[in-house]
Design a protein around this ligand. Structure first.
Ligand SMILES: [Fe+2]
Length: 174
């Protein structure tokens, strides 16, 4: 369900200033094998980051992102459901939230000034830049699996500021 905006998803998020690009993950066999693993150790994460960073190097330069990491969530991630319950609450950040999805899938909800929500499903190759101040939320699909490169200009800016907006769980809207 595309809440309140069934006709033009891209226009809705674009009007909010959200940048949504397609950057296909052209995985060499070694990278593909890493992405196929549900969980990765620190070495595996570092190898994935090194392999995919060039794909978004232009965005880092354009927006001043100075650090990056790889978030890996899977059904065995400790505390996953508790974390998802926090991500699913509408919030903003003081800095851009940037996600380049490499594996798995997730659901983003974006709110406009009128409180209408647009729910989008993201998967490998989706690059999203949510500007500071744009109200949004996130959850995983029932597969409970994602790998996403996160880009930061200042990691302190990523603290969630909850808006207190009441909304049904994202999974029920997708
Ligand atoms: Fe966020």
């Amino acid at each position: 369900m595309r809440t309140a905006v069934p006709d033009d998803l891209a226009a809705f998020v674009q009007a909010l200033g959200v940048q949504w690009l397609r950057r296909p993950v052209d995985a060499a066999p070694a990278l593909a094998a890493l992405l196929a693993e549900p969980a990765l150790g620190e070495d595996g994460k570092a190898r994935v980051v090194a392999a995919v960073a060039p794909i978004v190097a232009d965005e880092c330069a354009r927006h001043g992102y100075r650090s990056q990491d790889l978030v890996v969530l899977h059904p065995g991630t400790p505390g996953l459901e508790e974390a998802l319950a926090r991500f699913d609450q509408a919030h903003t950040h003081g800095d851009d939230e940037v996600r380049y999805i490499l594996d798995g899938e997730g659901l983003f909800g974006f709110f406009d000034a009128a409180g209408r929500e647009c729910v989008t499903r993201v998967g490998p190759g989706d690059y999203l830049r949510i500007p500071a101040g744009v109200e949004h939320r996130f959850t995983l699909t029932p597969a409970r699996r994602i790998k996403a490169l996160r880009l930061f200009s200042d990691t302190a800016g990523w603290v969630a500021r909850y808006t207190g907006r009441a909304a049904a769980p994202l999974e029920t809207l997708a």
